[in-house]
Structure formats: structure tokens, C-alpha cells
Write a protein that binds this ligand. Structure first.
Ligand code: PLP
Length: 383
């Protein structure tokens, strides 16, 4: 098997992550609830995950990291925190995943909010000037996908934030956290949303938000918090305000280990490795006749290790099936839960076949993937 679907979820997970989940499951514990030693140990594990994620984003206060089941939940909570009402104007990029597009469509339909998506330039990359041009007196929020899970294009998020002035920004780091160094992001992004199971190399069911001092927030759900139990009102302080109900302690034990693994390995080294493989793959695949890449081309540093291709004469799903059946190469075809990005890239509704490299892929695998595309395009593909 050659696993090239790391943009969906990373595989394999570091052994330390697997072991940490196992250890957590063998311990009796509910963090922040009971007062016995095992509960305290679980609380310390959750705090280690908070500390690790704060370090990944360069946040000085781990208590501003709130956990959630995934980035989808986190984005919904982050958008809700701004309490937008009729008359508000919201900007996003045009390469958004449905985890942003659907919450924005929902509030713009139900609450009279105007949502405008900014298209990328001809190179497939968002331009801060385009955001500056569309800013209005009633613009209340920008929500931005930091890297497209379809084209791999990296958004100039900091430059867009600078162009936006005081308008707050939510950044979806699903495709960059753990793969692109983000240790300065907490100093300028108002809310950073993350998911634990992709580049962060943690378990599914983990994710969250990192909220900058002074940024508004409000609970998406209320309930048990282990704090202020005497009151019918949910706590209004972080992280409890956004963490109703028992935490995914087992998953967060894995996320703590994953963050520590990445910090020891150096996210900049992960980035260098993934981009080396991406370069090898794109260089090889660029010689395949009838094959087009979506987004920034070979050698362009404004991308991540996610490369979608469209091959003439074969559907994205048939190509993915041929790669799996003939070569054991696992990719993802179709619209990748991001129809906006496909529309912006001219690949809607057919979609594309997506190759996404991760820390544990090798140069041989990148060469093999490009070679398989060449054989299939030439009509010599293995069956
Ligand atoms: C850019 C982007 N945003 C959001 C998501 C949603 O992630 P999750 O399902 O973990 O909430 C994904 C996952 O595919 C993604 O690639």
C-alpha cells in the first residue's frame, strides 16, 4: 500500500501517539471532574495537549486553547462567537471547505448576513489586495482556509489580515497545522481553528480553537463543565466556556503526544520533507501528457503537499480506482467536500484525483505515484 491520502487523515500515526491513547484508555479518569489521583492525572494530560497546541501556534496562554471534536465544530463555534446579525458583511476565500462554506451559507440565509467569497488570482492563490478592495464599513469578519484541501494553494493569511486592519479573522488550519510552521500565528490571527487528525498526526475526534485575547466567543453548547457547578449558567471563561461535556480524554492524550512529537521533530523539517516529495511527484507528473494540476504548479513554494490532478479521458474516480487496483496507491477523488474550490479551479462537477503527501511518505513513493500516472495515461496501466 502507498498511502497518499494524508489530506483526508494522516497515516500512520507516530507510535508515541498510539501508545498514549492506549495508556489513557487503560486509566480510569474524567479530567476536571472527580478529585482522585487518576482524575488529576487525566487533567494533566489534557493540559499537556493544551500546552502542545499553544506552542504549535505560538500562543503564550494554553488556557486560550479550547478543544472540540474537529475543525468543523471549531469553525461553527468561532463564527458563532462573533454574534453577527443582519447588515453584517463577511468575507472568505473562494477555496473554502464546506466546513466554512456551510456555516456561512446558513447564517447568510437565516440572519440576513451578506457573505462574499474572494476569488483567487490566475495563479490559483488569493491576493491580499482583492480582500482590501472588497472591505466595507460593515465588514465584520473574514474566514479563511489557510491551505486548500483541493489545490494545495497556501493563502497569504497574514498579509490578508494586515490588509483587513481591525476586521477579525478566523483561520482554518486543517491543511497546515503540523505541516507548515505556524508558531507566530497566535500573535495576529483572532481565532485559529484546527483538527487533530491530519498534519497534527493525532487521533480523529480531536480539534479545537486558539482564541486571541480580546476576541469574542460564545458557547456552541452548554452543560457540564466541572466548574461553577452551582450555577445554571455555563461558565463564561476559557477554556470551559467552549468545552461543555466530558472531553475526549483518550484522543487528547494522543494529541498531546502528537504535538510533542512534532515539536521535537521540528515542523519546519516536516514542511521541508513534504515539499521535497511534492516536488519529486509534480516534476515527474508534469511530463505526463494530458495531465493538468490544479493550483500552484511544480516548484511554486505557495503550496502544501496536496496535489490534485485531472487526466484527460478518465474520470477522477476511475483514475483513483486504477491507482488503487493496479498500484496499491490510495488517493481521494471527487469534490473533496469543497465544491467552491473546484468551481474556482474549473474542475466542477467532475472533481479531481488528489495525492497528498505526509511525514511518513518516501521519495520512492512519490516517484512511484508519478510513474503510475504516466503508465495509465499511456494506456499501459496495470490492472
Ligand atoms: C481545509 C479543510 N477544512 C476543514 C476540514 C474538515 O475537517 P474535519 O472533518 O476534521 O472537521 C477539512 C478536512 O477535509 C479541510 O481539509
Amino acid at each position: 500500500m502507498i498511502y497518499l491520502d494524508n489530506a483526508a487523515t494522516s497515516f500512520p500515526k507516530p507510535e508515541a501517539v498510539v501508545k498514549a491513547v492506549e495508556r489513557a484508555m487503560l486509566a480510569p479518569a474524567s479530567p476536571g471532574r472527580s478529585g482522585h489521583a487518576a482524575a488529576h492525572a487525566a487533567s494533566r494530560t489534557v493540559y499537556r495537549a493544551r500546552k502542545g497546541m499553544a506552542k504549535i501556534f505560538g500562543a503564550s496562554d494554553p488556557e486560550r486553547v479550547c478543544f472540540a471534536p474537529n475543525v468543523t465544530w471549531a469553525i461553527n463555534a468561532a463564527v458563532g462567537g462573533f454574534g453577527l446579525g443582519p447588515g453584517a458583511h463577511v468575507l472568505s476565500g473562494s477555496l473554502e471547505h464546506n466546513s466554512t462554506a456551510r456555516p456561512l451559507a446558513l447564517i447568510s440565509g437565516a440572519s440576513g448576513i451578506e457573505w462574499e467569497a474572494v476569488p483567487p488570482g490566475p495563479d490559483g492563490v488569493l491576493d491580499p489586495e482583492e480582500f482590501r478592495r472588497r472591505l466595507r464599513a460593515d465588514t465584520r469578519l473574514i474566514v479563511l482556509n489557510h491551505a486548500s484541501n483541493v489545490t494545495g494553494a497556501l493563502a497569504p493569511a497574514r498579509e490578508i489580515k494586515e490588509a483587513a486592519g481591525d476586521v477579525p479573522m478566523i483561520v482554518d488550519t486543517a491543511q497546515t497545522a503540523g505541516s507548515v510552521p505556524l508558531d507566530g500565528m497566535a500573535s495576529w490571527a483572532d481565532v485559529i481553528c484546527f483538527t487533530g487528525h491530519k498534519g497534527l498526526l493525532g487521533p480523529t475526534g480531536t480539534g479545537g480553537l486558539c482564541i486571541r485575547e480580546g476576541t469574542p466567543f460564545r458557547p456552541l453548547a452548554v452543560g457540564g463543565s466541572g466548574s461553577r457547578s452551582e450555577s445554571l449558567e455555563h461558565p463564561d471563561f476559557l477554556p470551559d466556556a467552549l468545552e461543555a461535556g466530558t472531553q475526549n480524554t483518550h484522543g487528547l492524550a494522543g494529541l498531546a503526544a502528537a504535538a510533542e512529537f512534532l515539536l521535537a521533530a521540528g515542523v519546519e523539517n516536516v514542511r521541508a520533507h513534504e515539499m521535497r516529495l511534492t516536488g519529486i511527484f509534480m516534476e515527474g507528473a508534469s511530463k505526463v501528457p494530458g495531465l493538468a494540476f490544479l493550483g500552484p504548479g511544480p516548484g511554486d513554494p505557495r503550496r502544501v503537499a496536496t496535489v490534485s490532478v485531472v487526466m484527460e479521458g478518465i474520470s477522477s474516480s476511475d483514475l483513483a480506482r486504477r491507482l488503487e487496483e493496479g498500484y496499491g496507491i490510495m488517493t481521494r477523488s471527487g469534490l473533496h467536500c469543497a465544491p467552491m474550490a473546484h468551481r474556482a479551479s474549473g474542475s466542477f462537477p467532475g472533481g479531481a484525483t488528489r495525492f497528498s503527501f505526509g511525514l511518513f511518505n518516501t521519495e520512492e513513493e512519490a516517484v512511484a505515484a508519478a510513474g503510475a500516472l504516466g503508465e495509465i495515461a499511456a494506456g499501459r496501466g496495470r490492472r
